[in-house]
Each structure stands twice: as C-alpha cells, then as structure tokens.
Design a protein around this ligand. Sequence first.
Ligand code: NI
Length: 295
Amino acid sequence: MKTHIFLAGLAVCVTASCSRAQTTGGASPGAPHVVVVPPDEMTRQPSLAPSTATPAGETLRLPMPEASAPPMAAGAGTAAGRHSYTSCNVTDQSIAMTFDDGPHPQLTPRLLDMLKARNIKATFFVIGKNVEAYPEIAKRIVEEGHEIASHTWNHPALTKLSAARVKEEVDSTRQAIEQATGVTPKLIRPPYGAINAPLTKRLAEEFGNTVILWSVDPLDWKYRNSQRVMSQILDHTKPGAIVLSHDIHATTVNAMPDTLDALQAKGFTFVTVSELLTKDRPVEMVRRDPPAVAP
Ligand code: NI
C-alpha cells in the first residue's frame, strides 16, 4: 500500500523500496522509496498533479496510481540533453526489463539462464559490494549480452549524502564493475529513486552517468507473490517502458519465465536500457494509432 505524506509545503510520494538491507545511509530494510522529481521533469509532465517546489529547489511528485507508480509519468521529453529517464517514447514495441540489487549468488544465475533461453537482453543495476562478492556473476551478465549499470556501492539514498560520499558510492561501484567485467557503466539507478535536479546534473557531468528510474513497478520487494509480480508487470507495461524488478527475491525470479513469455506473446521486444534510450523520440513523433488507410 502506498502512503502519501504531506509535510509543510512538501508532497512526498512514498512508493516502493528495494529490499536489500541497508547498512549505511540511514534507510532501514523495507524503508519506502521517497521519489523526488526534478522541476524540469515536472514541467514536462502535463498529466501530473500540481506540485510544490521545496526550498532546496526540488519538486516532489503528487500521488500516482497504486502498485505501478513510476517516479514520474512516462512520456515527455526528447533525447537531446536529457540526463534522466523513466521511460522512452518509441515507435516500436521495445521495452527494457531491469533487475536491481544483485548480483545474487543463486537467483541471478537462474535469471540469466531464463533470459538466455529466450534470447532476451536485460539491464542489471548492481550493488557494488555484491559485485565485489560475486564478480564472476557480474562477468557473466556482460558476457551474455546484458547491460550492467550502477545501483551504488551500499544502496544509500544519494540525496542524503555529502558530495564526497556520493563520489565514494559512484566511484567504488564503477571500479568494482570495471574490475569484474571490463565495462564502465554509463547508467545509474539511484536507490529508492531518490534524486533531484542538481544531483542528476552532477551524475551526468562529473561521472558521465545517466539516471534511470522506471515506469513500471510491481512492488516485488513488498508483495512476495509471483502471480502478482507477473500481473502487475503485464497490466502496466507499454511500449518504451522501463520495468523495475529485483533479482534478489525468489518470488520475482520465479515469476519471470511466465512474465517474459507473456510479454513476448503481447508483441513486446526486449532491449537494454541504453538501446531503449537510442530509440527515444520526441513525443509528437510517436503515433500509436495512425488513421486507417482507405482500401
Ligand atoms: Ni535497490
């Protein structure tokens, strides 16, 4: 169940959380995501309810639909100059499946087997300390054609950290990924979706990372029910979607064979997030229902 907390001039939308235990950064296991949407993103979202700017210049999102609430509504914007995405505007049926908080020693290899059997490419937002613990699984992710990206070293809310601590989280994770895989991650998913405009800009300019949020959230960390994970994903996934899941929960990985098969049956094609970004188009160029052609 999602909770909306309204504080003096702030509307805080409490949505999902990643379930990886927090050892630093203040958030406790199971703590909710607090999603902060940059003002420039809000202004592109006509479908969002009015919002209130905070003294810090952050604009906080108002209530979104239950269960599949994205950090911001999907759709607006163009690829040019953007450093943050929740979804893309695509002219085909592409979607990106993303898996957070691994690698997990048993579940991630199981998921990789499922993806391999279907020739599906996904994106893994990994925790740096887990890459350090399981470098061979990180290497396998890359060897099998998936994208590997940063989810920080220890899963803190980056918006609560000093600039120096943010640098530590980003740099140490990049180094672990590079050491295990030879790949430098280009994307970062901030834990809890906690982000703001200045931090987005810094991640892009100082670290060369694009911020990737999501448009479909099955709340798989909260509802450990494979059928629910599947139905939420199937109900909410549209072309250009970025689907959030966690490869550290058996219920999520168990849901994947049927979920992936059903998404394929609906005509979706699976690409990595970086591939999806290359397909992003200005919203006015994306037409879903062209007029029927006269016979
Ligand atoms: Ni997470």
